[in-house]
Design a protein around this ligand. Structure first.
Ligand code: ZN
Length: 401
């Protein structure tokens, strides 16, 4: 199994020059390949394979016009072709948007595989550089001297900070003895509520940082193109972006780690994040909530810890079904936070009840049958009864497209 460690890097001016040139070449190869690929598809209606793009790259490096491409390590250039190939596969299968051109102003990256770096006793030397790259190691539980990465990624953020990310293969964790299963209801008001009644709210500082970012963006929009004020405003926007991103990542990592530690079976709903973000009113709040990233973290952390993550159908009416007796209370309004089941008189907290239902559905899926405790068909019920405004929007988007 794979995991990665990312830390700040401090290249010397000589190293920075080599890396900046490498970034430029990576960007050029990505954009030129993307352009040719698109043109070929439009004019000749033929798709381009990875092998085609790789052969073209070799031709460019040998030719006169792009000979400077051979001044940098070939590995990051090859890797960017691989990534573009994967990006197209994801696009064609509907998992992702069409790959876009890379901009000089955005985050820059270069991926090095084993043949293009040397890692010895915690010291990293990249191809085409003569001295080790300085970086800060902040993972106390991992000995950097023993680190044997398969891939090293160097990146530079728009605000000028450098990072190095080490991808390593680690031994699969042994499954813990069976203990605890939880259902998790993700929401906008609270970030999540579990079937145990644990409520994790969205941190307020995240909203504050997002407001700061919006303010700097408005300021930037008022600056004249090419002015030095614009340049300064741009740096401030990049810095505010970084703060929002880091704060959100930190929150998501803490939350996903707590969940993975607390249970060995975790059930969540399959929220169609891509579909929901297309709806512009909700887009902001949802991308801020970071559900897609949260699920990605849960997936790899569960795998790493030997836990089971069950993703249940997104149209299951988890809020409106009584988790005690299975009564379907169709009249439940979004604004109602607590309700009493007409069937068994149980008093419910809306979100905790939803989480309990998600857990029950997750257990059913884990057992390999799609019916819930009452024998009802989860999918069919869910398709007619969306459970909240957010999910209703998502359904409208899906039906409309
Ligand atoms: Zn009931």
């Amino acid at each position: 199994m794979r995991t990665a460690y990312k830390c700040r890097a401090y290249p010397t001016s000589e190293q920075a020059a080599v890396l900046t040139r490498t970034f430029g070449c990576v960007r050029l190869v990505w954009n030129k390949t993307l352009d040719e690929r698109t043109r070929r598809y439009r004019n000749e209606n033929t798709s381009t394979s990875y092998r085609d793009t790789s052969a073209t790259l070799t031709r460019w490096r040998r030719g006169e016009e792009l000979a400077f491409l051979s001044e940098v390590s070939c590995v990051p250039l090859q890797q960017t072709l691989r990534h573009q190939h994967t990006a197209f596969q994801n696009f064609f299968s509907g998992r992702a948007r069409h790959p876009r051109f890379k901009s000089r102003m955005s985050r820059q990256t270069a991926h090095y595989t084993r043949s293009a770096f040397r890692m010895r006793d915690g010291s990293l030397t990249l191809a085409k550089t003569s001295t080790p790259l300085r970086f800060t190691w902040s993972f106390d539980d991992v000995d950097v001297q023993e680190l044997d990465p398969t891939t090293v990624t160097i990146s530079r953020e728009p605000d000028g900070r450098w990072y190095v990310s080490f991808a390593v293969d680690v031994a699969d964790a042994l499954p813990q003895p069976a203990g605890h299963a939880i259902g998790v209801d993700l929401g906008l008001k609270d970030f999540l509520v579990t079937s145990d009644g644990v409520r994790i709210v969205n941190p307020g500082h995240l909203a504050r940082k997002a407001r700061n970012l919006a303010r700097y963006q408005r300021r930037l929009a008022r600056c004249h193109r090419g002015s030095s004020n614009r340049h300064k405003a741009k740096a401030k926007v990049a810095r505010a972006h970084r703060k929002v991103r880091n704060a959100r990542q930190d929150f998501l990592h803490r939350t996903s780690t707590v969940l993975v530690r607390s249970a060995d079976v975790i059930a969540i709903e399959d929220l169609n994040v891509a579909g929901m973000v297309r709806n512009r009113n909700l887009a902001r709040a949802i991308s801020d909530a970071g559900w897609g990233e949260f699920r990605r973290q849960l997936e790899y952390k569960c795998e790493r810890a030997g836990r089971t993550l069950v993703v249940i159908d997104r149209w299951y009416p988890s809020s409106k079904t009584c988790s005690t007796c299975g009564h379907l209370f169709a009249a439940l309004k979004l604004s109602t936070r607590h309700w009493t089941c007409p069937g068994c008189r149980t008093r419910h907290d809306r979100d905790v009840n939803a989480a309990k239902n998600i857990l029950a559905a997750g257990r059913a899926v884990a057992r390999g049958n799609s019916g819930d405790a009452c024998g009802a068909d989860v999918r069919r019920q869910g398709a007619t009864l969306p459970q909240s405004a957010v999910k209703q929007e998502a359904r409208a988007v899906r039906l409309g497209s």
